[in-house]
Design a protein. Structure first.
Length: 213
């Protein structure tokens, strides 16, 4: 059995999850490549876990720079994506597989910014929320959101913010504050995963009830 055959059978056994993981890993590799190529004044913090009143919220990537704090929400969806800045859900359309909804990444990032701003005591208007789709087979033509991008455009978008609002000393202090409130660790991350899984199961149950089964 060659490499491609092994991938094919793994994908069948896992009901598509293996391919999704491979695609997700490649997307994260692309994101990492972009971030590593940024100038030295950009400081990247990955997978930040913040406590909230109900549980926790996880931020995929934070970039602290003299030009602002970038809050990046990554998505690995493929197919045609429909969404805007105001709806509660976005829609993914896959040829031959139908339509699927997912929680608005705009709202996700708004929640992230609110909690981070409160935790580190930095005004939310100093933060830039960006949504980045990493799958090469995604179509964003039907997304009406000015801060949603493919990963290929991320580098230029970040560098387009070129007016300093923080000094080097302030940047260092912000990084220290994030480190203090970040509770990321194996046990806390596992709790967060379980919490998110529970929310998804509740949403799926509500959909089934609405369909009448």
């Amino acid at each position: 059995m060659d490499y491609r055959e092994a991938q094919y059978y793994k994908n069948i056994i896992t009901n598509g999850e293996y391919q999704a993981k491979v695609s997700g890993d490649y997307g994260e590799y692309q994101i990492s490549s972009v971030m590593r190529s940024l100038p030295d004044c950009y400081h990247v913090i990955n997978d930040v876990l913040l406590p909230t009143k109900k549980a926790t919220t996880q931020i995929d990537h934070i970039i602290v720079s003299p030009f602002g704090i970038f809050i990046i929400e990554t998505k690995n969806h493929k197919g045609m994506i429909f969404g805007d800045c105001f709806g509660k859900v976005w829609t993914q359309v896959l040829r031959g597989a139908g339509k699927f909804t997912f929680y608005s990444p705009v709202r996700q990032n708004e929640i992230h910014i609110k909690h981070l701003s409160r935790a580190i005591k930095i005004p939310a208007n100093c933060m830039i929320g960006l949504i980045v789709f990493t799958n090469e087979n995604v179509n964003l033509d039907n997304v009406n959101c000015p801060f949603c991008y493919r990963v290929q455009g991320l580098y230029d978008v970040i560098l387009s913010y070129n007016q300093p609002i923080f000094t080097e000393k302030q940047v260092s202090k912000i990084i220290d504050r994030i480190d203090k409130v970040n509770i990321s660790g194996y046990k806390n991350t596992q709790k967060h995963v379980a919490f998110v899984k529970g929310l998804k199961e509740q949403a799926e149950m509500r959909k089934r009830l609405q369909r009448g089964f």
